[in-house]
Ligand binder design. Structure first.
Ligand code: SF4
Length: 250
């Protein structure tokens, strides 16, 4: 529980730190300019503009933090905050993570946990929601002779990989399950199905890219496990996938 807590707060702490650094730099530079020669017209305009942008970024960040515990309204504001999260705050925090030479995977995991919290909190239950479960092709046993491209119903359930368990468990729910062999196919499946919510299973990098690409959709991320190394005979916690589906069907 403690580990999960820290893996969730790392991303928001990094964003908050970055914003604090930017605010500190702003005041340092503005005061230095003012102390030297006073502020000319153009400098006043420049510093006022930067100040407004910073106030806006900090206020919006507070809103994003609040969205992990309460629903943001109206939905248009929710979408705008999501855009800011994926396109502004994530790159800022990622830069700080690189500067501090922290592990990329820990940071990505924290980002995904954070976005999961927001999705869980802000998802408004729908009647008969359309749920798309996206699985990575590396979940399939490398020696399997069946070519599962997008539909897992073709799996013969021999039990050599987690596709069979996923198939058996998800058959109980009204969800569409698909295997994506890459980012392009995942994007196509999302465009084709236009789901209300997506439960995506993949590795750190693919999930972060996918979640950012599909920021208009609520995406619940489930990290796969890679006991034999990346992209080869991976496994997944089917319980985590089922937990998300039950929550969205509630
Ligand atoms: S469980 Fe399904 S996908 Fe996995 S190896 Fe067996 S038949 Fe192939």
């Amino acid at each position: 529980m403690k580990d999960y807590y820290f893996s969730v707060i790392k991303f928001p702490v990094f964003v908050s730190l970055t914003l604090l650094i930017l605010v500190g730099l702003f005041f340092g530079m503005a005061l230095a300019s003012y102390g030297k020669t006073g502020l000319g017209t153009w400098e006043t305009v420049l510093y006022t503009t930067i100040f407004i942008v910073l106030v806006f970024m900090v206020s919006n960040w507070i809103l994003v933090l609040m969205s992990t515990h309460s629903v943001i309204k109206p939905p248009r504001m929710q979408r705008f905050s999501a855009w800011m999260l994926f396109n502004i705050y994530y790159p800022l925090a990622k830069t700080l993570n690189s500067v501090l030479l922290r592990k990329k995977t820990g940071f990505q995991e924290s980002f995904l946990n954070f976005t999961n919290e927001i999705v869980m909190c802000n998802y408004s239950p729908l009647k008969d929601p359309s749920i798309l479960v996206l699985l990575p092709h590396c979940l399939q046993n490398a020696e399997c002779k069946i070519r599962i491209t997008s539909d897992i119903s073709e799996c013969a359930e021999c039990g050599k990989c987690d596709i069979s368990t996923v198939k058996q468990v998800l058959n109980k729910y009204p969800v569409k399950t698909a295997v994506a062999t890459g980012g392009s196919l995942a994007r196509k499946l999302i465009v084709d199905h236009h789901p209300d919510v997506i439960v995506a299973v993949a590795c750190h990098r693919d999930l972060v890219e996918g979640v950012r690409d599909s920021w208009r959709f609520p995406v619940f991320s489930v990290l796969n496990e890679r006991p034999k190394g990346p992209c080869f005979d991976t496994t997944v916690s089917v319980a985590a996938v089922e937990f998300a589906i039950k929550r969205f069907l509630r």
